[in-house]
Design a protein around this ligand. Structure first.
Ligand code: HEC
Length: 216
């Protein structure tokens, strides 16, 4: 027969063991999440949220380029052999009754999304044609320099006006000859960056996504 004292001791040992296990689990969970306050969207990591948003944005842009812009008969004044639609994709689309270039389409979407105010995204580049698309803060400057150098996404936390954000900058590469020729021959590009001649696969800029973190 086990004495009452021994039973109590055993119970205590088991409780302490469970308690220690619980501490280890809690610690691991916090360590793995990079800090409890930094998880978002019902526990989904902000990094994953940014990756998802980027996939959707990049896919939409490619689909627009492939299935709309490529079907236009003209691109920036030049005839397109495989064009089937009597329309021109051009920077001055509003004046010429044409359709926007992919980067402009992207910006139009980003302007609508930012009205909602939850998260923001935009294109930036060290060799920007549009003045609004140059790096605007030390953070963006560091991010674009890193992306230009490595060709890999740059992901970091930042604080702007007391609000904490998870921000990710994904490289935007010259995936087609048209990216290279259009930018290299653009009058603003030629004037501002005469020495910068893009080649296929070069990093031309990046897609920046800023996700505000709750309670941070
Ligand atoms: C027919 C011309 C043309 C083509 C093709 C083109 N771009 Fe652009 N791109 C522009 C113009 C013009 C802008 C500035 C538009 C604006 O007002 O947002 C721009 C903007 C950008 C920007 C934002 C920085 C800036 O210069 O203002 C990036 C990054 C970019 N383009 C990358 C690309 C990539 C990558 C491709 C190919 C997948 C591509 N572009 C194809 C003309 C072109």
């Amino acid at each position: 027969m086990i004495s009452a004292n021994r039973q109590i001791r055993r119970f205590r040992q088991r409780t302490l063991g469970l308690f220690a296990l619980a501490i280890v689990i809690c610690f691991t969970a916090v360590a793995c999440s990079g800090g409890g306050a930094q998880t978002q969207a019902g526990g989904v990591q902000p990094e994953l949220v940014a990756d998802y948003i980027h996939t959707a944005l990049a896919s939409d842009r490619t689909a627009y380029t492939k299935h709309v812009v490529n079907r236009a008969k003209k691109l920036e004044g030049k005839p397109k052999d495989d064009g089937v639609l009597e329309i021109e994709a051009t920077e001055g689309w509003e004046q010429t009754n044409g359709i926007p270039l992919p980067a402009q389409m992207f910006r139009l979407g980003s302007e609508i999304a930012s009205e909602d105010g939850t998260f923001t995204y935009n294109l930036i580049s060290s060799w920007y044609i549009n003045d609004n698309q140059g790096p605007k803060s030390d953070f963006e400057q560091t991010a674009i320099e890193q992306v230009n150098e490595t060709g890999e996404p740059y992901k970091e936390y930042q604080e702007v006006g007391g609000q904490k954000y998870f921000s990710a900058l994904y490289p935007d590469k010259a995936v087609a000859e048209a990216c290279v020729t259009c930018h290299n021959t653009h009058p603003i590009h030629k004037e501002r960056y005469p020495d910068k001649v893009f080649k296929l696969d070069d990093v031309m800029g990046g897609i920046m996504i800023n996700i505000p973190l709750e309670g941070a």
